[in-house]
Design a protein around this ligand. Sequence first.
Ligand code: RB5
Length: 149
Amino acid sequence: MPAQTIAVASDHGGIELKALICSELEGRGLGVLDLGTDGPSSVDYPDFAMKLAEAIKEGRAARGVLICGTGIGISIAANRHAHIRAALVHDAFGARMARQHNDANVLVLGGRTIGPEVAKDCLVLFLETPFEGGRHARRVAKLAECGER
Ligand code: RB5
């Protein structure tokens, strides 16, 4: 039984990078919940953000990775869900900060904008970097309030 399950989803712009991310997660002994898409046919990224948000809400995965062509559309969609803090990341510094300062529970990558080695670095930092808490906990709590306006 894996210690933690990570949900992964992408649209057609992210299927190659999704395969790489799933393989990296499996190689680290983590459970992978692959929510699609499964082929190159054009699909709508909000549908896959929704699937992943539901999986986290229902406790089927602890955290997630989302990918679309740029990472932009799928991160906008994911952040409509109050329990999701999705961070679109392009480099290791961003990935580290997304965990330390924002307690991001979803890593977002652009399948057409990031190279495989940088993506792997981002994934490792997303998985291994703890949230710093303190003043950042106050700010993260205010994010939840934003959804109530
Ligand atoms: C799909 O062509 C593309 O628009 C999508 O993957 C993403 O980049 C949207 O933000």
